[in-house]
Write a protein that binds this ligand. Structure first.
Ligand SMILES: Cc1ncc(C[n+]2csc(CCOP(=O)(O)OP(=O)(O)O)c2C)c(N)n1
Ligand SMILES: [Mg+2]
Length: 313
């Protein structure tokens, strides 16, 4: 990435972080009644992947999707309103935090039923292949979702059909409160599985924006592929809590979180002049406050419309 791209990458990661830190307050004040799965700590993956995509490429996610939606260019106001359950939300206030969508920028939706999103991404990649404009589909899944049958079947089908889909596995070590040792046999090897299914496999440090960006650029030339990104979730599985006392993490404290933090990693490696940083931060904060106000002032969905949107109309 050149200098401008690096600043843009940092701006986007910081924006996702500041949005979520603000949502923590709104959640604690009970303005948000939706389930919320915070993405804090994993920002380099969403940004590094989406900086390789255009609006005409598709992206999909699961329950921890704020970062993917924002990095793909999803509208912030519509996202906050969705978390508030308001009619102006991107899913009309019916979906909440796990059901974000903004088709205008190619964010085609997040689905909370973990791996079920993978075959949909493969279908969309098939459509993109038929259209033939060279666009690709990306689906973000967690390491837990990547344990499900739908994930493997999707890779298999994508490889047989040779469709342009990238499966991004965000390996944050845990699925809920269960670690890898509890879920896998000792000899489990995702790389061997993926290659056995006929797709390409890549691995990268998901806390390093440069590495993610470069690996996606490379993987896009060899689709279908799986890109596994190592990362670390700072907060509890759901809700804005630190769960270091829950017993399932071996070590978890501020030091562990900072050691894995993509924003800290960036500022350790690069210097951004404080005056530039201040302008970036102030712009983001203004945008966030506007989005919160928009959500607060928006109406709740009309009960008369309750049955709308259940089926395709
Ligand atoms: C099919 C399915 N099974 C179980 C769940 C319940 N569930 C929600 S999130 C989660 C853990 C997901 O872990 P991972 O995929 O690693 O994502 P992370 O939360 O770590 O981002 C589980 C088991 C679900 N939503 N869908
Ligand atoms: Mg996980």
């Amino acid at each position: 990435m050149n200098k401008e791209m690096l600043i843009e990458a940092y701006r986007q990661m910081l924006r996702i972080r500041l949005v979520e830190e603000r949502l923590v307050i709104e959640y604690l004040e009970k303005n948000i009644r939706s389930f919320v799965h915070f993405y804090i700590g994993q920002e380099a993956i969403a940004v590094g992947v989406c900086m390789n995509l255009t609006k005409k490429d598709y992206a999909f996610g699961t329950h921890r999707c704020h970062g993917h939606y924002l990095a793909k260019g999803g509208d912030l106001k519509a996202m906050v309103a969705e978390l508030y359950g308001k009619a102006t939300g991107c899913s009309g206030g019916r979906g909440g935090s796990m059901h974000l969508i903004d088709k205008s920028v190619g964010y085609m939706g997040s689905i909370s039923i973990l791996a079920s999103v993978a075959p949909i991404a493969v279908g969309s990649a098939f459509a993109l292949k038929e259209v033939g404009n060279g666009n690709v589909a990306v689906v973000f899944v967690g390491d837990g979702a990547a344990d499900e049958g739908g994930f493997y079947e999707s890779i298999n089908l994508a490889a047989l059909m040779k469709v342009p889909v990238l499966f991004v596995v965000e390996n944050n070590l845990y699925a809920g409160m269960s670690d890898e040792a509890a879920r896998h046999p000792k000899k489990y090897d995702l790389e061997k599985i993926v290659i056995g299914l006929g797709a390409e496999y890549y691995y990268t440090n998901g806390n390093d924006i440069n590495e993610v960006y470069d690996k996606v650029e490379e993987a896009k030339k060899n689709l279908p592929a799986v890109l596994e990104c190592s990362t670390y979730r700072h907060m509890a599985h759901s809700a804005p809590l630190f769960d270091d006392k829950a017993g399932y993490r071996k070590v978890d404290d501020l030091k562990t979180r900072l050691a894995a933090c993509p924003l800290k990693k960036f500022t350790d490696n690069y210097f951004i002049a404080p005056d530039i940083l201040d302008v970036i931060k102030m712009d983001i904060i203004t945008e966030i406050e506007e989005a919160i106000r928009f959500a607060e002032e928006s109406p709740m969905p009309d009960p008369e419309t309750l049955t709308e949107g259940v089926y395709y109309e």
